[in-house]
Design a protein. Sequence first.
Length: 331
Amino acid sequence: MSCFSHPDRHKVAVFVRDGLLPIELGIAHRLFGQARSLDGELLYDVVTCTLKPGAVRTDIDVTIDVVNGPDALGEADTVVIPASDDDYEPLDRVMNPDLAAALKRIRPTARIASICTGSFVLAAAGLLDGLCATTHWRSVEQFRALYPKVRLDPDVLYTDAGRILTSAGVASGIDLCLHMIRSDYGSAVANEVARGTVVSPHREGGQAQFIARPVPEIQASSTGKAREWALGHLDQPLTIADLAAVESVSIRTFTRRFRQEVGTSPLQWLNEQRVERARALLEETDLTIDHVATRSGFGTAASMRQHLHAVLLVSPSAYRATFRGSSTACG
């Protein structure tokens, strides 16, 4: 009998071990479990599994009862491996034979992702050899000593090498899960999951994250009407005077109020919205780079390239390639 109750959905197996950090189990279930299609249908079927069904010790004063064994790994489309408190004191490269056997159940086509020091498991299995990976900053030196074949990058929130993904500390597991949801079903679904979880779909870090930032809903304010109008005219040349005119106030008054309400200058905000418009067009359409630049208000491909590189550290064509199946490079 299958561990998964909905075989038509993307199947996610969260593989836990003694010493589990419960928050990391919750991250996977909460984020994947919230993802829905535009028709409201759940997109993922998420189960928890372990080496031997039964009580699994956590790093706090509770245990969890896991009913699924390693068979779930062989059915999963995505396997998520959270950290264990035992990971912080790895003594050697030798992997538990039962654990090694369990990992061999994972299908060659399945995606495998680690949260925090769960990356030690992937490295011990040889799955990270030659790949870019990351782990918790406290474990960087141990990781490097044990697994010199891995291209460890301790300065990023997560890495994506195609089939194998890793994330840094606990909270970066959120970034990684949103990234996988975004890669599977698009930015609209990922943004809705982020909103439901009350987290940001985009978090600045050591690397530019490829999760689209949704435009906040316009609230009642003295500059909200201008922002709403600007979003409908991003493809046109816009000045602060244009925005101030929408609110019927002077440029000086508008600029002061805008910064008080938004926390940034009007021109900086406009550039941010144009970057987001460009990202959406690059991800979701086949428009040429020139047309994307025009429709997002940058005017020229060169101007758009400069602004996107400043934010994302990649060119428009490279950004588009990321969402057409290319893997993320180290660092």
